[in-house]
Write a protein that binds this ligand. Structure first.
Ligand SMILES: Cc1cc2nc3c(=O)[nH]c(=O)nc-3n(C[C@H](O)[C@H](O)[C@H](O)COP(=O)(O)O)c2cc1C
Length: 144
C-alpha cells in the first residue's frame, strides 16, 4: 500500500492517512469574526472527505492579530463555541481538525517587515516564545 494512505500516529492522535489540508484563509468570517454557519460548515465538511488532518484557516487569538477584518477570531467564548462546530463537522468526516494556523502578518509579507497598520500594536503569540535550545533545532526554510 502507498504509505500516503497508511495511518500516522502523533503522540495520542491517530491520523487515518497522511493527507492534510493546509491552513487557507477564506476571508468569509461573519460579523464578530465568527465562522459563517452557511459557509464555513459546508466548506470544512466537504474538504474533510478523505483527509487525515484538516488545518483550519488563520484565526486570530486577539483582535490585534487579525490579518484582515474578515478573518476568524478566537478571543470570545461565542467564537470558541462556533469553532467547535467547525471541528465537529471535520471530525464527523473522519478527519482530525488541526489548530487554526496563522503566520504572523509580517512573516506572510516576507523579510520580517511590518506593515504600517501594525506599528504601535502589541505583538502576540498564542504559545509564547520558543526556548532558545528548541529554536536552534528548527529546520530552516529551503531557499527557492
Ligand atoms: C489561498 C491560501 C490561503 C492561505 N491561508 C493560510 C492561513 O490562513 N494560515 C496559514 O498559516 N497559512 C496559509 N496559507 C499558506 C498555506 O498553508 C501554505 O502555502 C501551505 O501549507 C504550503 O506551504 P509551503 O508553501 O510552505 O510548502 C495559505 C495559502 C493559500 C494558497
Amino acid at each position: 500500500m502507498n504509505p500516503l494512505f497508511t495511518p500516522l500516529r502523533l503522540r495520542n492522535v491517530e491520523l487515518r492517512n497522511r493527507l492534510g489540508l493546509p491552513a487557507m484563509s477564506t476571508y468569509q468570517a461573519a460579523p464578530g469574526n465568527l465562522p459563517h454557519p452557511a459557509w464555513h460548515l459546508p466548506h470544512y465538511q466537504t474538504r474533510s472527505v478523505g483527509m487525515g488532518l484538516v488545518l483550519v484557516e488563520a484565526t486570530a487569538v486577539a483582535p490585534e492579530g487579525l490579518a484582515t477584518p474578515h478573518d476568524l477570531g478566537l478571543w470570545h467564548p461565542s467564537q470558541a463555541d462556533a469553532l467547535a462546530e467547525v471541528a465537529e463537522v471535520i471530525t464527523a468526516q473522519g478527519a482530525v481538525p488541526g489548530p487554526p494556523a496563522a503566520k504572523p502578518p509580517e512573516a506572510a509579507r516576507g523579510r520580517g517587515r511590518r506593515r504600517p497598520a501594525h506599528r504601535g500594536r502589541r505583538r502576540l503569540d498564542p504559545s509564547g516564545p520558543l526556548p532558545a535550545a528548541l529554536r536552534r533545532r528548527l529546520p530552516r526554510t529551503r531557499q527557492k
